[in-house]
Structures are given as structure tokens and as C-alpha cells.
Design a protein around this ligand. Structure first.
Ligand SMILES: Nc1ncnc2c1ncn2[C@@H]1O[C@H](COP(=O)(O)OP(=O)(O)OP(=O)(O)O)[C@@H](O)[C@H]1O
Ligand SMILES: C[C@H](N)[C@H](N)CCCCCC(=O)O
Ligand SMILES: [Mg+2]
Length: 227
């Protein structure tokens, strides 16, 4: 198995950016990469070309057809809310067992090819009235990449999320600080501080330097993720 679940300390942090960058890096190594964004809210037909699944499809060099979008993002909701709320507003609900079965089937089908699974929002976002993204990760049992921001407050958010992931028995392969626009804190010093409290988990900083992530940083992150 070569699957990796990408979660974060919150929403709009950098999961899609880093998942897409990882996909490009692995493709550049000649790997047959697969990526999924199984649950997406804020998915509107008028903006689907900029949606998370569309970004991931482009990173896989695939066309963003409706069929392809539905394939990598089966649970799509329009309201830009927590998935349980978004589903409720559409008179729907996520079948957690079906979501887990979908993930397990994708993991099996990928075999030794890399499979990147992007979560939704942060690590404890509710998916149903009872289960969260943490339950989903625990049910899949795949290694995790934790994405955090670099804003004032990220140290506690990151260490709290790390503690919760570890408490659920998850294998956190790396933490990536994706630079937050307008951040008032020093990126490298924040990375080093989190590293001092993160135990053996390597912590990387990814500067905000435009649409393409730093290739050397992505190579180091992929190596740490052991995918
Ligand atoms: N290191 C970075 N360099 C450049 N742009 C970045 C970086 N990290 C994030 N971004 C940009 O910031 C925005 C939010 O990032 P992204 O969409 O990856 O967040 P997310 O965690 O996937 O959010 P969601 O919870 O909605 O899935 C996007 O426009 C993304 O391209
Ligand atoms: C709409 C947004 N981009 C994400 N898809 C959903 C984020 C849900 C966050 C819920 C919460 O933690 O309060
Ligand atoms: Mg995303």
C-alpha cells in the first residue's frame, strides 16, 4: 500500500495545494499517481473548474470532465459548510460506511501506486451526525500528512491536531507549514518551534512563492511521507 491521507489544522490551509504538488512531484518520478477528494463542500457547478477535485485532476494531467470530477469526488455538496451541515441542507447525509468502503477500495485498487486522499477542512470536521474526518482517517488506517498554516496561533493548532491524530493511533509522516498570506510570524522559527514539540515527526516549511511549490521542498516532503 502506498496511500497517504492529507489533513490539516483547518480549512483553506493548503491541503489541495500540497496534494497537487505531491502528485506533480510523484508523476515527475514516473509514478502512476492517483488522487481523491472524496468529500467536498462549496462545490458549485459555476465554479467547478476551480474546485479542489479540478485542481487535483489537473495535477494528474487529466481533463476536468464531469465524469472525472464525480469519480474523484463522489460526495459533492454546494453549501460552503461543514459536510454534515452542507448535506443536511440538500436533504442528504453522508453514509459513513460507504465513504470508508470507497476509500478502502481505492487503496486496494492502487496497490503499490501512490494514492493521495485529501480530507475536508481540518482533522475533526464532522462528516455525519456522529463521525468526523478523524474517524474516517482511523477507519482507513493510512499514514497522514498534516498541513498547517504559519499564522499567529498555528503552533497550538498544529500541536493540538498532532496530539489528536496520535491519540487515534495514526501514523503522522510529516507536518508541512504552508505559508499563510500576510503572516506576522517568522516561518522558519515557527517551523523549528513546532519541530521541538513534534517528537520524531519532521516539520517542513513551504514558502508562498506563487502557483508552483518549491520542487526541492516537495521532494523532501515526499521522501518523509515515504509514499
Ligand atoms: N504554500 C503555498 N503557496 C502558494 N499558494 C498556496 C500555498 N498554500 C496554499 N496556497 C493557496 O491558498 C489557497 C488555499 O489553499 P488550499 O485550497 O490548498 O486549502 P485547503 O486546505 O485545501 O482548503 P479546503 O479545506 O477548502 O480543502 C489556495 O488558493 C492555494 O492555492
Ligand atoms: C467550504 C470549505 N472550503 C471546506 N470545504 C469545508 C470546511 C469545513 C470547516 C468546518 C469547521 O471546522 O468549522
Ligand atoms: Mg482543499
Amino acid at each position: 500500500m502506498s496511500a497517504l491521507f492529507i489533513t490539516a489544522t483547518g480549512t483553506e490551509i493548503g491541503k489541495t495545494f500540497i496534494t497537487a504538488a505531491l502528485a506533480r512531484h510523484l508523476r515527475g518520478q514516473g509514478r502512476a499517481v492517483r488522487a481523491l477528494k472524496p468529500v467536498v463542500s462549496g462545490f458549485d457547478d459555476s465554479t467547478k473548474g476551480d474546485s479542489d477535485p479540478a485542481v487535483l485532476l489537473r495535477a494528474l494531467d487529466r481533463k476536468t470532465t464531469d465524469a472525472a470530477l464525480a469519480e474523484i469526488a463522489p460526495w459533492r455538496f454546494v453549501p460552503p459548510l461543514s459536510p454534515d451541515m452542507a448535506a443536511r441542507r440538500e436533504g442528504r447525509a453522508i453514509d459513513f460506511a460507504a465513504l470508508v468502503a470507497h476509500g478502502r477500495a481505492a487503496i486496494a485498487a492502487a496497490g503499490d501506486d501512490p494514492l493521495l486522499v485529501e480530507g475536508v477542512g481540518g482533522a475533526m470536521v464532522p462528516l455525519t451526525g456522529r463521525e468526523t474526518v478523524l474517524d474516517w482517517m482511523a477507519a482507513l488506517g493510512v499514514p497522514v500528512l498534516l498541513v498547517a498554516g504559519s499564522y499567529l496561533g498555528t503552533i497550538s493548532h498544529t500541536l493540538t491536531t498532532l496530539a489528536v491524530l496520535r491519540g487515534a493511533g495514526l501514523d503522522v509522516r510529516a507536518i508541512v507549514l504552508s505559508e499563510t498570506p500576510g503572516s506576522t510570524v517568522p516561518l522558519e522559527e515557527t517551523r523549528e518551534t513546532i519541530g521541538r514539540f513534534a517528537g520524531a515527526v519532521p516539520v517542513f516549511a513551504l514558502e508562498r512563492r506563487g502557483p508552483e511549490a518549491d520542487p526541492a521542498a516537495m521532494a523532501a516532503i515526499a521522501a518523509a511521507a515515504r509514499i
